[in-house]
Design a protein around this ligand. Structure first.
Ligand code: HEM
Length: 963
C-alpha cells in the first residue's frame, strides 16, 4: 500500500481519531471549541513526527490546538515547560470533562473524546520520536545503526554479529557455530536461565551480563568528566563525583520533616512496634504500599548493577564534606555536620564498570560519533520480563530456587505456624550459594534488599505458580489423552497430551505463565493506577490488548499490516508506523497468528486459516521488533526507577479477621530488613501483611520525602566505621558514577522543554497558599544547594535542541548575558524529577520519568518473543494461554458496575490475591485495582479524594488528619 495511505490509516485507526475535530462541523453550535478546531485544521497545526531531533515535538501545542482540545483552561496553562495534553478535556477528574451539554460526551465527536484522543495522539508522536531519536546501544552495534550494513538501513537491521554466542559457549555449535546463528530445538522451548535465545537469531540479546544501553547520545554522558566542549560549557568546573555534596543534598532536599523526631527515631520507630511511633510522610492518596514494593519486585527482574549484592571492592567516601555558601564551595564545620545530620565517615564500594577505555569513534555524513559511552556497565540479570527474580538468571541464582520433592513442577512451599495451607517459601540452607547477609531469608533467586514487601510478592507468586500447576494436574486427571497444546520444536508434529507433559516441562510452562501474568498486572493494573487518568488507561490497554480488543477481526487485519510493515525497507517510516499501528492489535500477542498469502481485505474473512507454524523460524520470531537497536534497558531507565520515597518508614499493621479498620502496630520497615522479613512473614501471615500494605498509602515522589531509615541504613557488609549508608545520597552518586546527564540536558535529550530557572518548578495552578509557599521555600533551597553563576552567552551548551528562533541554546538560557542565573544545568536528574510539583492528573511520577517509561515500557514488550509471536499454546499450553488471557482459570470474570465508564474484567492482581489468599475475599469485594488503597472510596471519574468506602468509615487512617 502506498505510504500516504498508511499514514491516513495510522491516524484513523491507530491513534483514536484525533482528527475528530474535523468531523464535528454539523454539530458546531454545541461544542465550545469548534472555531478553534477548524482554525487548527486550516492552519495545519496538527503535530507531525519530526524528521530531525532538533525540531522534535516537545509536548507543546499552538494556542488553537490547546483551545480545540481543552478550551480556555488548556490555553491558559500552556505557559512553562510542562506537557499540554494533561489539560485537555476529560484528561483529569470529573471537573476536566466538558460541560454536560448536548454532545459533550458524544463518542468520537464530543469534546471529551477530542481531549482524550488528542492526548493519545500526542503520546504516540512522542513514542515514535523516542524510538527514532533515543536508541543508543552500548554492545557495539551502534555504528551499524548509524551507517547501515550491506545496503540495509540501520533502523531496520534485525540481527547483529555482536550478539552471537562466542566459540567458548557450550551451545556454540548447537546454534550454528561460525555460520549464521539461529537457536532451535530445546534452546527455544522456554525462558532460558540466562535469557539467551529469546530472539532466536540474536542468542545473547537481553541475556545476563549484557551491557546497559543508553537513551542519550554517548557524547552527552558523563558530564562531570568534561569530555567535550558542550558539557564543559554547560557545567563549567562545578561538577564532580561528590560535587555538589550528595549527603548535603540529601539532608537539605530529601529529608522528611518530623514534628516529633523522638517517636520516629530516624525511621527505626519504637521498640515492639508500639502504636505511639510516628514517622510523618507525604502520602499519595491513590496508591498503596503494595504498589511501592511491587515496583522494587519488578526492578529486580529487569536490571541489577550489583553482582550478588556487591559492587567493586574499593571503598570510597560519600560526602558530608562541603556545601555551597553564596556560590562558593566551603568545608562543613563540625557544628554544621551535626545540624545536617549527615555522616562524613560513611563509605561505599565503588560502582562496577565494565569498560573504561577510550571508545573508538567513526564518522558518517561529516559527523563524528562514539561507538559506545566513555564507560559502560553490565546488567547482571536478564533484561527480559521473565520473572528471573523468582526463577533465576544464571546457574548460581538458579540453584537458590527450590522445587517441591513431591511434585517437581511445583516450587517448594512449607507449612509454618501461621498456618495458612498453601505455605511459605523455605529458608536458605547453609549449603545454598548465598552471601552471608542473606542467611535466614526465604530462598529465592534474587535475595538482595529483602524486606516484608519482597517476601510478600515472592510468596504470592510462588503460590500462584503452584496454583497453575495444580490446575494443570486437575485437567490432566480429567482428560489425560487430550491435546495440551504444547509442542516440542525437536519433534514439532508430535501431539503432547496432558498425560505426556513432564514435570520439568510443566515447571517451565508455569514460569512462562507467571511471567506473562506479572507483565499484564504491571501494564494494565499497576501502571493505570500510577498514572490514574483516562488517556493513560486507554494507552496502557492499547499496549496490551490493542484498541480493538473486542473486535478481533479488525485486530487481525491490523496485526497483518503491522507484521508486514516490520519487513518494510523504508526504515524510519516503517519503525514509526509499526509502533503506532501496534496500538491496533496491541503489542502483546503481536505476530502470534499468521495469515500469509491472504490479501489484506481477505483478512476480514472469518474463515481464514491461521498458518502459524512451529517449523517456521519467521513465525516463532516474527512478532519482535527491536527498531534497529538490540534490547536492553538504558542506564537512564534505572535513574527514573530510583523510587525510594515511595516507602513509608512504618507499616500500619492490621489483621484481616480482627477489625481490619484498627491499626494494631507500627512496624518499622527496617525491622523487616533481610532475615527479619522472613520471621515477620511467618509470624503474622501473608493475608495480614496484604491487608496492611493494601490499605496504607505510599509516599509521594516529591522532595523532602525520603524514608528516614533509608538515609540511615545499617548494613553489616559496609567496611566503614559507621557501617551505615544514606541510600538517598547514594542514588545521586551512582548516577554520577554511571554518567547520567543532569536534569535539564536529560529533558532536552528526551524531547522535553528545558527549564530556565528553579522558579519553573513552581506549579502555577496551586491555589493553596500553604502549599505554594512550601514550593517557593524548596525553590530557594534548590538555589542555595546548587548555586548560581554569571552566564556567558557565547557558550553553546547543547546540540539536542535549538531555541524557538533557531539559534543555538547558550549558557544564559534566554537571560541577559552576564546575569546571575540558576545552576539549573547541574541539578541531579533524580532531584529534578522529584522537584516537579506540576504533574498530570493522577500521576504519581513526574513527566520526566514518564517519557523514559513511554519508550522503554513498550520496547520490553516489542522485543520479547514470548510476549509476541511465541505467545502460543505450543509454548504456554492451551491452559496457559487461557490463564494469561482470562486472569486465571475459567471464563473471564467481570467486575460489578462500570469502572470510570468502562466494563472491566476482575483485575489480574485481584484474581491472584483471591487465589493465593482466599480468606481475603470479603476485604477485596470492593477493590477494583489491587494497588488503590483498599478502603478508599474511588468516587467518581478518576477522583483522587481520600474518603472511606462503605464498611471502612471507622478506619483510623481516614480520621480528621488534614491531608
Ligand atoms: C526496604 C526496601 C529497600 C532497601 C533496603 C533498598 C536498598 C537499596 C540500596 C542499598 C541500593 C544501592 C545499591 C548500590 O548501588 O550499592 C538500592 C538501589 C536501588 N533501589 Fe532500593 N531499596 C529498597 C526499596 C526500593 C524500592 C521500593 C524501589 C523502587 C523501585 C527501589 C529501587 C532501587 C533502584 C532502581 C536501585 C538501583 C539499582 C541498580 O543500580 O541496579 N528500592 N536500594
Amino acid at each position: 500500500m502506498h505510504m500516504r495511505k498508511w499514514s491516513r490509516l495510522m491516524l484513523v485507526v491507530g491513534l483514536g481519531v484525533f482528527v475528530g475535530c474535523a468531523w464535528q462541523g454539523p454539530f458546531a453550535t454545541y461544542v465550545d471549541s469548534t472555531k478553534d478546531c477548524a482554525e487548527m485544521l486550516v492552519q495545519r497545526d496538527i503535530q507531525k513526527v519530526a524528521t530531525v531531533r532538533e525540531l522534535r515535538f516537545l509536548g507543546k501545542v499552538p494556542e488553537t490546538t490547546a483551545r480545540c482540545l481543552g478550551g480556555t483552561h488548556a490555553e491558559r496553562l500552556r505557559e512553562g515547560p510542562w506537557l499540554d495534553w494533561p489539560n485537555y478535556w476529560a484528561s483529569g477528574d470529573i471537573t476536566s470533562r466538558a460541560p454536560a451539554r448536548l454532545l459533550a460526551d458524544a463518542k468520537v465527536i464530543g469534546p471529551n473524546a477530542h481531549g482524550i484522543n488528542g492526548a493519545l495522539y500526542e503520546l504516540e508522536v512522542q513514542r515514535i520520536e523516542l524510538i527514532t531519536f533515543n536508541l543508543f546501544d552500548n554492545n557495539k552495534t551502534y555504528e551499524a545503526y548509524v551507517t547501515g550494513r550491506d545496503g540495509e538501513a540501520g533502523p531496520v537491521l534485525k540481527t547483529w554479529p555482536e550478539l552471537r554466542l562466542p566459540q567458548s559457549h557450550p551451545d556454540y555449535k548447537a546454534v550454528g557455530g561460525d555460520q549464521p546463528q539461529v537457536c532451535r530445538g530445546e534452546l527455544i522451548r522456554f525462558r532460558s536461565l540466562s535469557g539467551m535465545c529469546n530472539d532466536i537469531r540474536n542468542p545473547l540479546m537481553g541475556s545476563t551480563h549484557q551491557l546497559f544501553a543508553r537513551n542519550v547520545p554517548f557524547d552527552s554522558t558523563f558530564p562531570d568528566l568534561g569530555l567535550n566542549e558542550l558539557t564543559r560549557n554547560r557545567h563549567g568546573d562545578r561538577l564532580g563525583l561528590l560535587k555538589p555534596d550528595p549527603q548535603v543534598i540529601s539532608r537539605k532536599l530529601f529529608t522528611r520533616t518530623q514534628s516529633q523526631p523522638g517517636t520516629c527515631h530516624e525511621g527505626y520507630g519504637l521498640p515492639g512496634g508500639v502504636q505511639a511511633a510516628e514517622c510523618a510522610y507525604e502520602k499519595a492518596p491513590f496508591l498503596n504500599v503494595l504498589a511501592a514494593f511491587w515496583i522494587q519486585f519488578m526492578t529486580h527482574d529487569w536490571f541489577a548493577h550489583l553482582e550478588e549484592g556487591h559492587n567493586r571492592p574499593e571503598w570510597m567516601p560519600v560526602g558530608c564534606a562541603t556545601q555551597l555558601v553564596k556560590n562558593l564551595e566551603q568545608p562543613l564545620t563540625g557544628e554544621e555536620v551535626k545540624q545536617l545530620g549527615c555522616r562524613p565517615d560513611d563509605r561505599i564500594d565503588a560502582a562496577t564498570i565494565a569498560e573504561s577505555t577510550k571508545p573508538r569513534s567513526f564518522t558518517q555524513g561529516g559527523k563524528t560519533y562514539l561507538t559506545r559511552a566513555p564507560k559502560t556497565t553490565a546488567n547482571h540479570v536478564t533484561a527480559w520480563w521473565d520473572a528471573s527474580q523468582l526463577y533465576g538468571y544464571d546457574e548460581r541464582s538458579g540453584r537458590r530456587v527450590k522445587h517441591d520433592p513431591s511434585d517437581s513442577a511445583k516450587l517448594l512451599l512449607m507449612s509454618v505456624e501461621a498456618g495458612d495451607k498453601p505455605g511459605y517459601l523455605p529458608v536458605f540452607e547453609s549449603s545454598d550459594p548465598i552471601n552471608p547477609e542473606w542467611s535466614g531469608q526465604e530462598a529465592t533467586a534474587f535475595p538482595d534488599n529483602w524486606s516484608i514487601g519482597l517476601s510478600f510478592f515472592h510468596n504470592v507468586f510462588a503460590r500462584e505458580h503452584n496454583a497453575f500447576v495444580e490446575a494443570f494436574r486437575t485437567q490432566t486427571a480429567l482428560a489425560p489423552d487430550a491435546d495440551s497444546g504444547l509442542r516440542n520444536p525437536v519433534e514439532p508434529d508430535r501431539v503432547i497430551r496432558y498425560g505426556d507433559v513432564t514435570s520439568t516441562e510443566l515447571f517451565e510452562v508455569a514460569r512462562l505463565v507467571v511471567a506473562a501474568e506479572i507483565a499484564k498486572i504491571h501494564t494494565i493494573e499497576w501502571t493505570t493506577q500510577l498514572l490514574y487518568n483516562e488517556p493513560m488507561n486507554r494507552g496502557m490497554h492499547a499496549n496490551w490488548h490493542g484498541i480493538f480488543e473486542k473486535h478481533e477481526l479488525v485486530a487481525d487485519a491490523l496485526q497483518e499490516v503491522v507484521r508486514r510493515l516490520g519487513d518494510s525497507e523504508d526504515a524510519k517510516k516503517a519503525n514509526s508506523l509499526y509502533a503506532a499501528l501496534a496500538a491496533g492489535p496491541g503489542i502483546f500477542g503481536l505476530g502470534n497468528r499468521v495469515y500469509e498469502g491472504v490479501p489484506l481485505v481477505g483478512l476480514i474473512d472469518p474463515n481464514k486459516e491461521d498458518r502459524w507454524d512451529l517449523k517456521n523460524d519467521d513465525h516463532i520470531n516474527g512478532g519482535v521488533n527491536h527498531f534497529g537497536s538490540p534490547f536492553n534497558f538504558p542506564e537512564e531507565f534505572i535513574t527514573v526507577y530510583r523510587l525510594h520515597p515511595l516507602l513509608p518508614d512504618l507499616i500500619d499493621y492490621r489483621e484481616w479477621n480482627r477489625e481490619p479498620n484498627v491499626i494494631r502496630q507500627k512496624v518499622p520497615v527496617i525491622e523487616t530488613f533481610r532475615e527479619k522479613a522472613t520471621g515477620a512473614m511467618r509470624e503474622k501471615g501473608l493475608a495480614n501483611w496484604a491487608l496492611s500494605m493494601g490499605r496504607q498509602r505510599l509516599g509521594a515522589l516529591t522532595l523532602q520525602n525520603h524514608p528516614q531509615f533509608m538515609q540511615n541504613l545499617k548494613m553489616n557488609r559496609l567496611q566503614s566505621p559507621t557501617q551505615q549508608i544514606d541510600v538517598a545520597a547514594l542514588d545521586l552518586i551512582r548516577d554520577r558514577e554511571r554518567g547520567v546527564p543532569r536534569y535539564n540536558e536529560f529533558r532536552r535529550q528526551y524531547g522535553l522543554t528545558q527549564l530556565t530557572s528553579f522558579d519553573d518548578f513552581v506549579d502555577q495552578r496551586e491555589n493553596d497558599s500553604k502549599k505554594r509557599s512550601e514550593q517557593l521555600q524548596l525553590v530557594k533551597t534548590l538555589r542555595d544547594t546548587y548555586g548560581q553563576h554569571r552566564c556567558d552567552a557565547s557558550k553553546i551548551i547543547t546540540d539536542a535542541r535549538l531555541n524557538d528562533d533557531g539559534s543555538p541554546i547558550n549558557d544564559c538560557l534566554g537571560h541577559p548575558n552576564g546575569s546571575l542565573i540558576d545552576n539549573i544545568e547541574d541539578v541531579d536528574t533524580v532531584v529534578g524529577w522529584l522537584a516537579e510539583f506540576r504533574r498530570p492528573h493522577g500521576f504519581a511520577i513526574s513527566e520526566t520519568q514518564f517519557v523514559v517509561f513511554i519508550l522503554n515500557a513498550s520496547r520490553r514488550l516489542f522485543s520479547d518473543r514470548f510476549f509476541t509471536s511465541s505467545f502460543r499454546p505450543e509454548f504456554y499450553t492451551t491452559l496457559g494461554v487461557d490463564w494469561v488471557m482470562h486472569n486465571g482459570p475459567g471464563p473471564e470474570l467481570i467486575e460489578q458496575g462500570p469502572i470510570n465508564g468502562h466494563k472491566q474484567p476482575v483485575s489480574p492482581m485481584k484474581r491472584v490475591l483471591l487465589r493465593t489468599m482466599p480468606e481475603l475475599a470479603g476485604e477485596l469485594q470492593g477493590v477494583v485495582n489491587a494497588f488503590d488503597p483498599w478502603a478508599r472510596d474511588r468516587g467518581e471519574y478518576y477522583s483522587l479524594g481520600w474518603k472511606a468506602r462503605a464498611g471502612a468509615k471507622e478506619d483510623e487512617s481516614f480520621a480528621n488528619k488534614k491531608e
